[in-house]
Design a protein around this ligand. Structure first.
Ligand code: ZN
Length: 1065
């Protein structure tokens, strides 16, 4: 799954919030309250869904009671039997009668289904419980499972000495439907799912037949179901035709399950068939089976698609909706013949009926989890191609987009990417086809459903003549990501959501590897990865309030939370570090083994670590990868390594590690990390150089707080640099002497250091200074060399560090000193590169990516910091557009020109851009026009825009967030946006509260550049009134603002003084 904010803006799940509100309410209804309600009370809201249950029971009469009582009755009868034998031994007739009675009782007992021949309680499970049962891993156990008091077990005393009491694990929890995870007593093997979709009223009818293996005897069938109206439930044994009588069924919304209560126990080691007839809505929300629409030739057309990840398959059909429950699926969809239907597998047969309906029967899937099952009903058209290995790839989109050829690019690269991954992983693509479906609305950028991946249109359709390089890159990387998931995620699936970073981290890492395959000159994995992933996530993970990449997930509400930047970006950064210290070829072989061993199954992170350790072992290296990686995945944050030279012994250095924290105060407070045991095993690479010579050292594993090492190549006057090409997930600091030598080297001849080392040094220097580990002038001295820098990446790293610094200073009186200093560094390169003249086509993009991206970066810096020529050029281009009504502005710099024009020119330009924003239909163009409106210096216009942004008719809900955030970045609008945010918080939280990802983006976007004591106080006061809402995002915000305030207090003067001096020289 690709989050939409990744390289662009998040498509919004506006309807989701209502639901989450409901869910929150449900959560609040605490366990105790639930205990006191009968199942029928608990499902009042869905009363229509549950058929009348015979013998509805009172609150304190749980179904489990009857399970417990039965053996006790038997025992009593047997005891009575013994007494009868003693008392009436002389009476043959009586003895016979009693014997007959005992036999009868025993028969009755058998009928009740208790495997109680050994006297154990009903539900006594099989002896050899499989350790690999779903949920068997200790961390995956639902809280309370196993330890929950089992009424049945508690009351049942074994009748014969030979019986043994059941183990904790074997006991069925009391009221199993209240557990947060499914018990694992039942395992689905195969689903037959038949759907009839009524697109005219957006409802559907379903019948699901699930073949179930019973692992542990149980009287309840508990599986997920939500918002479906269940009409009928039947249970039967697979071979014996006899039905298992159903006592009743009910939905239990708190845990989103359907509970089928049986009149007898299902026996362990037997298979059963569960049949459920139900119906539901094709929702207007963007989850489960939902609808969306588009206009073609003035006519509104509808389509139905699915989004099941992470927990929404249960909204479309009752199922065991946890990733571990892999099964095969056979789906049939009946729909009007004017539509076509798609699913994970190809259509096997289509049966047409006379009344204009058709039923498509899809082939059976391989073993798979529910969350990447999918179907769609639409009247799209398609283009297709076939890979070398015979996989048919189709791109489905609205007919006008297909006709325009907007899908060509995606189709072409998908074919190439399947071939790439098949070769890289040495595991063929598993299905006969892969459809890519471009839909107008989707909650995420894309979703990797196996064989039917779904993309929001602006992440897959591309018109080369209208698209900038960054748009092309966005589209490319989302596709590379989703195709990677066909292996990582679909073929091999994480056991549970705590390891979602495994699939998302890999897919994110491979975005760069796969793009390198498509565009070999771009060096994405070696270069762009640094600025777009590593530097970005280190900013987030450098907060004391961060969290580990592997997060424990105990309940459904935690699941959405794990899809965040830490999972995606830190996951990817850790994988890249691993690939580099293992060596890429060994890493690749480890992956191949991992996929081969676990294909069609599930795997946890330790399975991956084992595959890597084995691959290393075959190469004669013995590294316990699990031991190393656990420190990186289970601890939050990352280390900063400090390398100090030794004044007396020149080849000796002292290397220390500590947790890197931005918050200066946190470093001195008695915080958890102060004397904490935060410790990592760090693969430190070092390069040593002097004017004439550069040499790399072997990896040093740093695993203690402080270590002494001998660096043989370190001579007098030579510098050293740690973390070569920034492949490691940590920062490196040095003594000042070494920093100065490095800066000298950059100025004298920067090419001695690689492009990635240059970018890495810049980011480390700025971040260390920001966090108070380093004097403020060091990074500013370092960027002096940039006038000679011809590569994009170091410029990109510098500008990404300079903008936030700019935001800290932009409301200060002496801000101009900073401004002037930056302009001085940019001027030479700006003049050298000039402005682009033409738009691009695909081949030009490939050839000139580095050059054009560098030019764009430098123009952006020049215009933002007020280069006169840049301003003039932007004004001329805008004026030409207004007067000629022809937009001749090169696509790659349009956003810069629009924003600069709006900030410099009068209200008429703002109105012109506003008008263009309304009239354009191109999605990418609309977005940059709207952002340009936030660049105005006019506070009235900014206020007007903020107020308009909440009108959904004018600004799409997902874009409103960007309007507010961009106004907050504008020094003239920061306080306006902050006030607007507080005034409208209730509306905003209702809108975005459900989509956690959106809400935290908004909160951090509005607050990240607040930097005065007053603003900090306002933030804290504001939070007091909304206790607990978006708590994680707000605590991050407070920490960020505190850091800003403290940085200004401690370092602002130092910075300005140095700048003043530097400019005078
Ligand atoms: Zn993903």
């Amino acid at each position: 799954m690709a989050l939409d904010g990744e390289r662009g803006e998040q498509e919004e799940e506006k309807e989701k919030k209502k639901k989450k509100k409901k869910r929150r309410k449900k959560k609040r209804a605490e366990e105790g309250a639930a205990e006191s309600r009968s199942p029928s009370q608990a499902t009042m809201g869905e009363a229509a869904a549950a058929a009348p249950r015979p013998g509805g029971r009172g609150p304190s009469d749980p179904w489990a009671d009857s399970v417990g009582v039965r053996p006790r009755t038997t025992e009593r009868h047997i005891t009575v039997h013994k007494r009868l034998v003693l008392a009436f031994a002389v009476s043959l007739v009586a003895l016979l009668a009693v014997t007959m009675l005992a036999v009868l009782l025993s028969l009755r007992f058998d009928e009740c289904g208790a495997p109680g021949a050994d006297g154990g309680p009903a539900g006594s499970p099989a002896r050899d419980r499989n350790a690999s049962l779903p949920g068997a891993a200790p961390r995956n156990h639902p809280a309370g499972e196993g330890s929950a008091p089992s009424e049945a077990a508690g009351q049942a005393t074994p009748a014969t000495p030979s019986a043994r009491p059941p183990s904790e694990e074997e006991r069925e929890p009391r009221r199993p439907w209240t557990q947060l995870r499914l018990s694992g007593h039942l395992k689905p093997l195969h689903y037959n799912l038949m759907l009839t979709a009524f697109m005219e009223n957006f409802t559907f009818a379903g019948e699901v037949n699930v073949e179930i293996a019973c692992r542990n005897a149980t009287r309840y069938v508990v599986l997920h179901a939500s918002r479906v109206a269940v009409e009928k439930v039947q249970v039967a044994e697979d071979r014996v035709a006899g039905a298992v009588p159903v006592a009743g069924f009910f939905l239990y919304p708190q845990t989103q399950v359907l509970v089928v209560v049986l009149n007898r126990t299902l026996d362990a080691q037997r298979n059963y068939n569960l049949k459920i007839v139900y119906n539901a809505l094709i929702e207007n929300e963007l989850l489960g089976f939902f609808r969306s629409s588009y206009v073609l030739h003035g006519e509104r057309r509808f389509l139905g698609v699915t989004q099941f990840s992470p927990t929404h398959a249960r909204k479309a059909f009752p199922c065991f909706d946890e990733p571990i429950y892999k099964a095969t699926f056979k789906i049939s969809i009946k729909h009007q013949a004017t539509y076509l239907s798609l699913s994970n597998m190809p259509v096997e047969t289509s049966v047409f009926e006379e009344d204009g309906w058709v039923t498509d029967h899809f082939s059976q899937t391989p073993l798979m989890s529910t969350y990447y099952l999918a179907w769609a009903i639409c009247n799209f058209t398609y283009r297709e191609t076939t890979t070398k290995s015979g996989v048919v790839v189709r791109l489905y989109a609205r007919p006008d987009a297909i006709r325009r050829g907007s899908g060509h690019y995606a189709l072409h690269i998908t074919k190439r990417l399947i071939e790439f991954y098949e070769d890289y992983f040495k595991v063929p693509y598993s299905l006969p086809k892969l459809d890519l479906l471009a839909v107008p609305k989707h909650p995420y950028a894309a979703m990797e459903n196996w064989g039917l991946s779904i993309f929001v249109e602006q992440r897959i359709l591309l018109d080369p003549s209208m698209s900038s390089i960054s748009y092309l890159l966005d589209v490319t990387m989302v596709i590379v990501h989703e195709i990677c998931h066909q292996w990582f995620g679909d073929l091999v699936t994480p056991v549970w959501w705590e390891d979602v970073w495994l699939k998302e981290g890999f897919a994110h890492y491979f975005e760069f590897v796969g793009t390198d395959y498509l565009y070999p000159g771009w060096n994405m994995e070696k270069q762009r990865f640094l600025t777009d992933v590593l530097h970005e996530v280190m900013l987030l993970d450098g907060l004391a309030s961060s969290h580990p990449v592997s997060q424990e997930v105990l309940q459904a509400t935690d699941i959405d939370r794990v899809f965040d930047w830490i999972a995606y970006k830190k996951g990817a950064a850790l994988i890249r570090m691993l690939a580099n210290f293992m060596g890429h070829s060994v890493f690749q072989r480890g992956l191949q083994d991992y996929l081969t061993i676990h294909k069609y199954g599930n795997a946890a992170r330790n399975d991956l670590w084992n595959a890597f350790s084995e691959a290393l072992k075959r190469n004669g290296k013995y590294v316990n990868i699990q031991e190393v990686m656990d420190q990186w995945t289970l601890q939050k944050g990352y280390p900063v390594i400090t390398i100090l030279g030794n004044a007396t012994a020149e080849k000796r250095v002292t290397i220390t590690q500590q947790r890197f924290i931005y918050d200066i105060s946190a470093k001195t407070k008695t915080f958890e990390h102060r004397n904490s045991s935060y410790l990592w095993q760090i693969p430190l690479t070092i390069v040593v150089g002097n004017r004439s010579h550069v040499s790399s050292e072997a990896i040093i594993w740093v695993s203690n707080k402080s270590e002494h090492h001998r660096i043989t190549s370190l001579g007098k006057g030579s510098w050293l640099l740690g973390n070569i090409n920034q492949t490691g997930y940590f920062r490196v600091n040095y003594d000042l002497r070494n920093w100065r030598l490095l800066i000298e080297q950059l100025i004298r001849n920067h090419e001695v250091l690689s492009v990635s080392n240059r970018a890495g040094l810049i980011d480390d220097a700025f971040s260390l200074a920001r966090a108070g580990y380093l004097p403020q002038n060091i990074p500013l001295e370092m960027i002096r060399y940039l006038s000679e820098e011809k590569d994009f990446l170091p410029w990109h790293a510098a500008s990404r560090a300079l903008y936030p610094l700019d935001k800290l200073l932009d409301r200060m009186e002496n801000y101009n000193v900073f401004n002037e200093y930056i302009l001085k560094q940019v001027a030479t390169t700006y003049l050298k590169l000039g402005w682009p003249k033409n738009n691009f086509n695909g081949s030009l993009v490939q050839a000139s990516y580095q050059h054009e991206e560098l030019r764009r970066e430098v123009i952006m810096l020049a215009c933002s910091f007020g280069n006169k020529h840049c301003h003039q050029q932007a004004s001329t281009l805008i004026s030409d557009w207004i007067s000629s009504n022809r937009n001749r502005i090169p696509v790659n710099v349009r956003d810069i020109v629009y924003c600069t024009g709006v900030s410099l020119l009068d209200e008429d330009v703002w109105e012109f851009i506003w008008m263009k924003f309304h009239s354009t239909t191109a999605v990418s163009e609309k977005k940059i026009l709207l952002e340009a409106l936030t660049c105005s210096d006019d506070r009235n216009l900014l206020n007007r825009l903020l107020n308009l942004s909440l009108n959904s008719e004018v600004v799409l809900d997902q874009d409103a967030i960007d309007v507010i955030i961009h106004v907050a970045r504008n020094p003239h609008g920061r306080d306006l946006a902050w006030k607007f945010f507080r005034d409208k918080w209730k509306i905003l939280n209702t809108r975005y509260g459900e989509a956690l990802f959106m809400n935290s983006k908004l909160i951090s976007g509005v607050t990240e550049y607040l930097n005065t004591e007053g603003e900090l106080k306002e933030l804290k006061n504001f939070m007091k009134n909304y206790d607990g809402v978006a708590a994680a995002a707000f605590s991050r915000a407070v920490e960020t603002v505190e850091t800003n305030v403290r940085w200004k207090m401690l370092f602002q003067d130092e910075l300005f003084q140095w700048l003043g001096k530097a400019l005078r020289h």
